[in-house]
Design a protein around this ligand. Structure first.
Ligand SMILES: N[C@@H](CCC(=O)N[C@@H](CS)C(=O)NCC(=O)O)C(=O)O
Length: 185
């Protein structure tokens, strides 16, 4: 496993809106990969798919929350890109760990593997198919919906009390961390 080099904005610039704008200018969806789990191309098979997420992205966080709530941690893989990026986009570094599936150093490699020469936006979350070695979806709404519904045969039965202690502990930590935000209640 290898890591991307440190963020280098001086060399690569910032990750700006340019790639998303290029997609729009080309009349292409900004989130163009929209395969559906449960379709003939992407059947809901345990162990076949991997979610690339980011600690910093609320859309990715929502997909990760669904993995937990649906009891899919052993069904769909999960790893995280680094929290920061330069003009080369999301990357795998020591802070959040290497890419355990493909050994990519940059998430752009997943996009290029799916569509050589891909000129659009490099976003997270990304749902990757380990069998066809391509992105199923980078459309957060659709992929999150599929995670919530398509693996029903594999999901743990929902137990509303299962996460209650963890939620209480996290809530207590958040109140301690942000007393001003919660004291008005
Ligand atoms: N609306 C998007 C949400 C995904 C998104 O906006 N991801 C952001 C992070 S929250 C991203 O990866 N942006 C590229 C970047 O900042 O490098 C979707 O439907 O997938």
């Amino acid at each position: 496993m290898s890591y991307a080099p440190p963020v280098d904005v001086a060399a690569h610039g910032s990750y700006g809106p340019g790639r998303a704008e290029a997609a729009r200018a080309a009349g292409r969806p900004v989130y163009p990969f929209q395969g559906r789990i449960g379709s003939p191309e992407f059947p809901a098979v345990s162990g076949r798919y991997h979610l690339y997420a980011s600690w910093t992205c609320p859309f990715a966080g929502r997909a990760v929350a669904v993995l937990d709530l649906a009891g899919l941690r052993d069904v769909v893989g999960l790893s995280y890109v680094d929290d920061e990026r330069d003009g080369l986009g999301w990357a795998f570094r020591e802070r959040r760990g290497a890419d355990p599936v493909n050994g990519f150093r940059y998430l752009s490699e997943a996009y290029d593997a799916t569509e050589p020469g891909y000129a659009g936006h490099y976003s997270v979350p990304v749902l990757w198919d380990t069998e066809t070695r391509r992105i199923v979806s980078n459309h957060s709404t659709l992929l999150t919906l599929d995670l919530a519904t398509a693996f029903a045969d594999h999901a743990e039965p929902t137990d509303p009390d299962r996460l209650r202690a963890e939620v209480a502990s996290l809530t207590a930590d958040l109140h301690a961390e942000f007393p001003a935000a919660t004291s008005a209640r």
